[in-house]
Every structure is written in C-alpha cells, then in structure tokens.
Design a protein. Sequence first.
Length: 392
Amino acid sequence: MRNLFLVFSVILSTSAYSNSCFQMKGSELVKYVCNSEHVSIPSYVKRIGKSAFIQKGIKSVFIPNSVTEIGDSAFMWNRLSEITIPDSVLKIEDNAFSANGLSYVELPKNIKSIGESIFSSNRISSFKFPKHITTLPKWIFSRNDFKTLRLSSNITNIGNGAFSENGMTSLHLTDNVQVISKNAFTSNQLTEVRIPSGVVEIGDYAFNNNKIKSLKFPKNVSKFGTMIFADNEIETLEIPEGTKIIPDFAFFNNKIKSLNIPDSVGEIQLGAFSNNELTNVKLPSGLKRITNVSFMFNKLRSIDIPSSVEVIERAAFTNNELQYLDIPSGVKLIEMDAFESNEISSLTIPKSVEKIGSRAFENNKLTKVIIPKSTKYDVLSTFDFSVDIIKE
C-alpha cells in the first residue's frame, strides 16, 4: 500500500512538473517555459500560440492531434531536424517553423490556411503538400537547400520569394503554373529555365541573379515586373514572334551578343538590354520609341533605326562603339545623352528633328555636324566644343 502511494505521488509530481512547463490561456498554449530539448505537447492543447516555443533550443517536438492551429513564429529559431504535423491542423501562421534544421516537410491533408515564410531558413530539399494546395505563399521555402525542384501539377501560383536563395541548379515547372511572383527564384544557381506556356504573370526580380545562359522569352505573359532576368549570364536569347513587350531592365547585366527583336514587339521598356555585350541588334519595324537607357553600355558599332521611330529617349545608346549613325527622317526628338560616349565621326540631322537634348552627342569623334536651322539644341552641351556645326 505504501509502495502504491509512492508511485502515485511520483506520477502526480511528474504530471504537475510537465504541466507547469506550459502556460495556457484556455486551450491555447501561450508559452513554453522549461528548457527540455525534447517536448511532448499535452493533448488538451488546441492552439499553439504566437512565439510559444521561439528560440528554446528544441530538437524534437510531438504535436498531438488535438491541435488545430499553429501560431505565428511558434517554433521559430530552434533546432528541429524533423517534424510531423498531424492532420488535425487546419491553420499554420507566418514563420511557424522558420529558422530550424528541417530537411523534409509534409503538410497535413486537411490544411486550409498557410502563412508566409512558414518553412524559410531551414535545410529543406523536398516537400509534400496535399493536392488542394494550389498557391505557395510568400517566402515559404526561402533560404533552404533545394538543388533540384519539380513542382507538382496542382501548383498554379508561386508566391513572392518562395524559392529564393536555395542554390537551386535545376527547375521544372508544369504547364499549370500561371503566376511566378516577385523574387520567386532570385539568387539561385539556375543555368536554364523553361517558362511554361500557361504563365501569364512574372513579378519583379523573379529569376534575377542566377546563372541562366540561354532563354526563350515567354510570349504569352501579359503582366511583367522589372528585372525579371537581370544579373544572369544569358548569351543566347530567343524572342518569339508574337511577343509584344520587353519589360523594364528585363535583361540588364547579361552577356547577350546578338539580338533579333521580332516585328510584333511594340514596346521595349526602360533599360531592357543595358549592360550586355551586344554587337548586333535588329529592332522591330514598327517601333515608335527607343526608351531610356535601353541599349546603354553595350558594344554596338552600328544600329539600323527603323523609319517608324519618332523619339530616341535619354541615354538610349550611351557608352557603345557606334561609328556610323543614320537617323531616319521620322525622328522628332533626340533626348539628352542619347548617343553620348560613342565613336560617331560624321552626322547629319534630318529636318524632322525638332529638338536635341543636352549631351546627346557629347564625347564622340565628330568633327562636323549638319543640322537644320529649325532644330532646337543646347549650343554649349549637345556637341563637343570642337565640332563644326553647319546649319542648313
């Protein structure tokens, strides 16, 4: 009888100690206050609250099937190497498991709500999500260890920064993908990318800072962000007929040497091909404007400007190697710095040009310029002082 009393006393003592580790508010576990590396959450817990286990050095945790919600940053900054999330869990909030050591994750089959960054900054290289999940939230797998990625066919929307900074070298996207959001694959090691025909939107910096060497531009995309393929190593670029827009800084800082832009392209936006190695460019025949810094910092020695062009914007061809320039008679405005720092040796301005901006032809090899009397320009800065200006 005495022995039975002692055993019962020990059980009560252990239970009391265990329960004292968890601060509760109703059925919500508000805070874990003990220091054990291995934790078993009691079955009376329905919600694990915000930051409940944050930075506690936990190596393993058992989550009972009584839990339906896991709060913001609940297990952030721990040492979890694996986790089993029971099917009872319906909601996981922002950063819930970020900054751990997880290598594989599987979402419960009944999950309804997934927050941002829930698995960011781990060591994850593979995952399994239920088929009803079609959208990957912002930063969900940012800073993990995905070297290769083959997305399942149920995924249609890839959220902001979802797979950024992973060291990824291989990517396969299914034709069901429709949206690739801002920073989705930025700062990886991708050498090639195939954009599926179903994609209609690509956000800012989506594939920025990779090692892509060749690319077929997606013609069906209707909404673009800026710098989507900037800071890569693209040497070969195919722009298919049917493409309408080349977005802002799309190919900034690559290694493109030759470029054939189809006539379907009606707009080349700001800085689209600046900082490349272009020696040859064919512009579309219906182009109206050559936009700001669109071909700045290349190696162009000549450029055939289509007769449709009316405006050559600021610094469009600055810092190239142009030796000869034929400005078509439809051009009305040449903005500042448009052809600054080239090697142009002779120039005739057509009568259609109404105004030339400052420094437009500064720092070239011009000795003589023939310019209409009607054309407005800054006498002190449009051309170098040594240039002989002949007005006709």
